[in-house]
Ligand binder design. Structure first.
Ligand SMILES: Nc1nc2c(ncn2[C@@H]2O[C@H](COP(=O)(O)OP(=O)(O)OP(=O)(O)O)[C@@H](O)[C@H]2O)c(=O)[nH]1
Ligand SMILES: [Mg+2]
Length: 306
């Protein structure tokens, strides 16, 4: 069985940065990770990718050849990928023996709650390659600072969950920046737990732009509450404890914790709370490895190894 994550979310929500940080964290806890870039608009990749959709199709070529804008071009690229799923399958097959897979997808949200192509790519891979994947849906935490934007983030998360039909974890990304947007109207728990959205109505009424849509917003909030599916976890990709907590959640959702394949790996909670100077941004992977070995050599008992 092969486990992994489908990383999705609106433009700029932090998907590529997440794949970079997450792959380094998973490497540190002993998992062999392959990052698969399926975003043909990703020009400067911060990670070394095992498979790159750009080897199959380039967004810039599609836009010129078919006179499409970036949105239409991305839909075309996903259709093309779906038609050429055998290409992707053949690239993934050599990785299946011992890799954990991270799929970095484009930030065009309608691909994941409306169009069938991206879902079809994922479902075909799951079936053909016997994958166990969790959708990790990143939403920028700054959306909590505006009730109207928060409701749209809830709707987007719900629609994506219902459309993709995968084990799903919603994440408020860049939580380290939340204080920069001023005081939130409620405690952070209100936004992560999605308990009683009637509290939002009062705040929506104060904004003349949203007062106009009061009834619509109320009905939408009721839909979200009736489903009772959406909640969020928070993430600061530079904080190892934050990443570690998310890994635990994802491992439960895709069944990794039940697979019993990680017996010899480093128990990640030790890394998550240990004094490792882990920073995905400053360190290339090799020097992080060196730091870890150094840390193990200095702090860990002799019988503990990975
Ligand atoms: N402070 C902070 N910045 C972050 C975090 N995650 C991502 N960023 C920044 O957010 C910006 C966008 O990140 P990307 O990883 O390119 O976002 P993306 O979702 O891949 O963007 P698209 O592929 O264009 O949809 C970059 O400047 C990142 O450095 C985080 O946890 N904290
Ligand atoms: Mg990206």
């Amino acid at each position: 069985m092969v486990f992994g994550q489908v990383v999705i979310g609106p433009p700029g929500s932090g998907k590529t940065t997440y794949c970079n940080g997450m792959s380094q964290f998973l490497n540190l806890i002993g998992r062999k990770v392959a990052v698969i870039n399926l975003d043909p608009a990703n020009d400067a990749l911060p990670y070394e990718c095992a498979v790159n959709i750009e080897d199959l199709i380039k967004l810039s070529d599609v836009m010129i050849e078919h006179s499409l804008g970036p949105n239409g071009g991305l839909v075309y690229c996903m259709d093309y990928l779906e038609k050429n799923i055998d290409w992707l399958q053949s690239k993934l097959e050599p990785l299946l023996k011992d890799h954990y897979l991270l799929f970095d997808f484009p930030g065009q949200v309608e691909l994941f709650f409306l169009h069938a192509n991206a879902k079809s790519v994922i479902m075909k891979l799951i079936k053909k390659l016997n994958l166990r994947l969790t959708a990790v849906h990143l939403v920028d935490a700054h959306l909590c600072s505006d009730p109207g934007k928060y409701v749209s983030a809830l709707l987007l998360s719900l629609s994506t969950m219902l459309h993709l039909e995968l084990p799903h974890v919603n994440v408020l990304s860049k939580i380290d920046l939340i204080e920069n947007y001023g005081n939130l109207a409620f405690n952070l728990d209100f936004y992560t737990d999605v308990q009683d959205l009637t509290y939002l109505h009062h705040h929506l009424d104060q904004d003349p732009r949203s007062a106009k849509y009061r009834k619509l917003t109320k009905e939408l909030c009721e839909v979200i509450e009736d489903y009772g599916l959406v909640n969020f976890t928070t993430l600061d990709i530079q904080d190892k404890e934050s990443v570690g907590n998310l890994v635990k959640l994802i491992d439960k959702s895709n069944g990794y914790i039940f697979a019993g394949i990680d017996g010899n790996a480093v128990e990640f909670s030790k890394i998550a709370v240990g004094p490792v100077d882990w920073d995905y941004y400053r360190y290339p992977f090799s020097s992080v490895c060196f730091d870890i070995f150094l840390w193990i050599a200095v702090y860990q008992p002799a019988e503990w190894s990975f």
